[in-house]
Design a protein around this ligand. Structure first.
Ligand code: HEC
Length: 86
């Protein structure tokens, strides 16, 4: 019974999280970044980090660069990485 309820809660979180994060990331970009940056796809490959380190690098950089809120930052990072053109 208890395990079933936990499984249901986890399933609900997994179903809801990815679309919400993708949508919020695009919205954060539009609201906080797009007025200065035209191309999200070219921004990420230009940063001084290897592909494996990009998320961590962006988290540190954006904390001081127009994305102080941790939830906004996580959403915009996920969205940025999904837009990156190699
Ligand atoms: C007021 C204008 C402005 C806004 C708003 C802005 N940026 Fe920037 N951004 C810049 C400028 C100018 C640079 C290049 C100089 C620097 O590194 O600070 C830059 C650099 C960057 C870099 C690359 C850094 C490097 O060294 O390669 C990334 C990634 C970035 N911005 C992401 C974002 C994101 C994501 C947002 C929104 C949360 C954002 N920026 C909002 C002006 C802006």
């Amino acid at each position: 019974m208890r395990a079933g309820m936990i499984a249901l809660a986890v399933t609900t979180a997994l179903v809801q999280a990815p679309p919400a994060a993708a949508r919020d990331g695009a919205a954060v970009w539009a609201a906080a970044c797009a007025r200065c940056h035209r191309s999200a796809g070219q921004l990420v490959p230009a940063i001084p980090a290897t592909p494996a380190n990009r998320a961590a690098w962006l988290d540190g950089f954006l904390a001081k660069h127009h994305a102080r809120d941790a939830a906004d930052r996580a959403a915009v990072i996920a969205w940025l990485l999904s837009q990156a053109k190699e």
